[in-house]
Design a binder for this molecule. Structure first.
Ligand SMILES: Cc1cc2nc3c(=O)[nH]c(=O)nc-3n(C[C@H](O)[C@H](O)[C@H](O)COP(=O)(O)O)c2cc1C
Length: 315
C-alpha cells in the first residue's frame, strides 16, 4: 500500500512521554504526523493492555500506532484488533527498542539480528490489514551488533512495508556515538518510492532542511529535542527561533496535564508529567531549584500550586 509522506516533520515515539496529550500539543505546534509509543502485541491480544497507550483523538491524525512482539501471527492479530478499535492511519512495527525487557522477550530490537523474521512479521501484518486498507510501517536501527541495513531493508520492502523510519545507530550502541545520517541517504536509494523517515540527534529546526537536502528523505523525526523544546515544530514552520521563558513552559505543562486527565487517572497523570517537567525546564536559569520544588510535590494539588508559584518567578 502506498503511503504519501512528503517533507514531513514528525514527532518520534518516546515511551513514557508521547501520549495523546503531548502529541496533541505537538500537532498544534506544527508536527505533521505522530506515532504512539510501543505497545506489546501479546498484551493487547490476551489482556487488552493497550488502554491509555492507544488512546488518541482526531486532532492527532495522521497517527501510527506502534506494536512490538515476537511472533508474526500475534503481531498481525494485535494489529487487526487495533485497527478495528481505533482506525489509525498506519500500524508501525518496532524493530529498534533494546531495553532489557524486550530483549528478554526476543522482540523489537532483538529481531534486527534476524532480517528474514522481520520480513515475515511485516508480511503477515500487511496481509491481515489488507481488507482494512491500512498500511504497515516499520521503525528500525542499522542492525544489532553490526550494520546489516541493506539486508534488513530488502526483507521489509519485499514484505510490502509502506514506510521505513530509521534511527541510524546499532541497537547495542543505545544512544552513544551519533546517528549516521549518511545511512538514511543509502536507505533512500534502496527504498525506491517507499518513504524513508530519518530519526536521530536533530536538535534544532535549522538542521531539518539540511537533513532533507542531504539525504533526500521524506520525513525527519524529532524525539528528545521535542521534550525540552516542543516549539521546535513551530520554529521550523515559521523559520525563526522562538524563545520561551519559564511562564510559557509552565503553561505548556498545565495544558498538557489538563489534556492528560481525559485518559489518565488524575494522580497518575501528575506522576507521569514529572518526567516531562524536568525536560522542559532545561536551559532555564535556576533549573535545579525549580525542578526540586516541583519534584517534591506529593499530590496533584501540591504540584499545581508549586507550578503556579514557580511560574511567578518570572522569565
Ligand atoms: C525515552 C525514549 C523512549 C523511546 N521510546 C521509543 C518507542 O516507544 N518506540 C520507538 O520506536 N522508538 C522509541 N525511542 C527512540 C526514538 O523514537 C528516536 O528514534 C531516538 O530517540 C533518536 O531520536 P532523537 O535523537 O531525536 O531522540 C525512544 C527514545 C527515548 C529517548
Amino acid at each position: 500500500m502506498k503511503l504519501k509522506i512528503e517533507r514531513e516533520v514528525i514527532l518520534a515515539p518516546l515511551a513514557g512521554y508521547t501520549h495523546s496529550a503531548f502529541r496533541r500539543l505537538c500537532r498544534r505546534l506544527g508536527a505533521d504526523r505522530v506515532y504512539s509509543e510501543l505497545m506489546n502485541a501479546t498484551g493487547i491480544i490476551f489482556r487488552g493492555e493497550e488502554k491509555e497507550l492507544a488512546y488518541f483523538t482526531d486532532e492527532e491524525r495522521p497517527i501510527h500506532l506502534q506494536l512490538y512482539g515476537r511472533n508474526p501471527e500475534e503481531i498481525a492479530q494485535a494489529a487487526v484488533k487495533m485497527v478495528e478499535k481505533y482506525r489509525p492511519e498506519a500500524i508501525d512495527i518496532n524493530f529498534g527498542c533494546s531495553v532489557k525487557k524486550v530483549l528478554k522477550a526476543k522482540a523489537a530490537g532483538y529481531l534486527l539480528q534476524f532480517p528474514e523474521e522481520m520480513g515475515r512479521i511485516v508480511k503477515e501484518t500487511v496481509e491481515a490489514l489488507k481488507p482494512y486498507g491500512v498500511p504497515v510501517t516499520a521503525k528500525i536501527r542499522l542492525g544489532f551488533y553490526e550494520d546489516t541495513l541493506e539486508e534488513i531493508a530488502e526483507n521489509l520492502l519485499k514484505a510490502g512495508v509502506s514506510a521505513i523510519a530509521l534511527h541510524p545507530r546499532l541497537a547495542k550502541e543505545g544512544f552513544s556515538g551519533h546517528a549516521r545520517w549518511e545511512r538514511i541517504r543509502d536507505l533512500k536509494k534502496i527504498a525506491g518510492d517507499v518513504p524513508v523517515i530519518g530519526s536521530g540527534d536533530v536538535r534544532s529546526w535549522r538542521e531539518i532542511d539540511v537533513k532533507f537536502e542531504e539525504t533526500g528523505c521524506n520525513g525527519v523525526m524529532i524525539g528528545r529535542a521535542a521534550l525540552s523544546n516542543p516549539w521546535i515544530f513551530k520554529e521550523y514552520k515559521e523559520k525563526r527561533d522562538i524563545r520561551t521563558g519559564l511562564k510559557e513552559r509552565v503553561e505548556f505543562i498545565l495544558e498538557e496535564l489538563s489534556l492528560m486527565w481525559e485518559f489518565f487517572e488524575r494522580e497518575r497523570a501528575c506522576k507521569v508529567i514529572k518526567a516531562q517537567i524536568s525536560q522542559i525546564f532545561k536551559g532555564i536559569r535556576g533549573k535545579a531549584k525549580l525542578n526540586d520544588m516541583v519534584m517534591r510535590s506529593k499530590s496533584c494539588e501540591e504540584l499545581l500550586s508549586n507550578l503556579r508559584e514557580v511560574s511567578n518567578f518570572g522569565n
